[in-house]
Ligand binder design. Structure first.
Ligand code: ZN
Length: 148
């Protein structure tokens, strides 16, 4: 397990679209372990592979009740809206109020390649949407409706 450098402050790699994960191998497991260690050290609640310079559709989320690994995630549907303060480990010290779905259903693979289904709301829904956006090169700033 290694702490990786988090890419910050408008580096253009953050605007790139990540590619689907096809191999569920040792390298993927190592990437996920590194993402977890790096997220924990930075005290964040989510981190996508692109943020450490790896253009793969993989991310980790931990909103306080355990780590979820999202590989090749797809949003199935969303319900309602929430407006809350949001930030990003790639933009330290910045935040804004974003508009996000209140609740989302997502399917994603785990590190073994098994498809898992999630129904999450509140902070966790925001974190899932935030990380999935990263895989499409979309930053949270796109969703900011007002500054804090
Ligand atoms: Zn982020």
């Amino acid at each position: 397990m290694a702490i990786r450098k988090i890419i910050q402050n408008g580096d253009p790699v953050l605007l790139k679209k990540s590619r689907a994960v096809e191999r569920f191998d040792v390298r993927l497991a190592q990437l996920l372990d590194d993402l977890i260690a790096t997220m924990n050290k930075a005290e964040g609640c989510g981190l996508a592979a692109v943020q450490v310079g790896v253009l793969k559709r993989a991310a980790v989320v931990d909103t306080g009740d355990g780590i979820v690994e999202l590989i090749n995630p797809e949003i199935i549907d969303t319900v309602g809206w929430q407006e809350e303060e949001e930030g990003c480990l790639s933009f330290p010290g910045e935040s804004g109020v974003t508009r996000r779905p209140m609740s989302v259903r997502v399917r994603a693979q785990n590190r073994d390649g098994t498809w898992c289904f999630y129904k999450v709301d509140g902070l966790k829904a925001r974190a899932f949407c935030h990380e999935i956006d990263h895989m499409n090169g979309i930053l949270y700033k796109t969703h900011v409706i007002r500054e804090k």
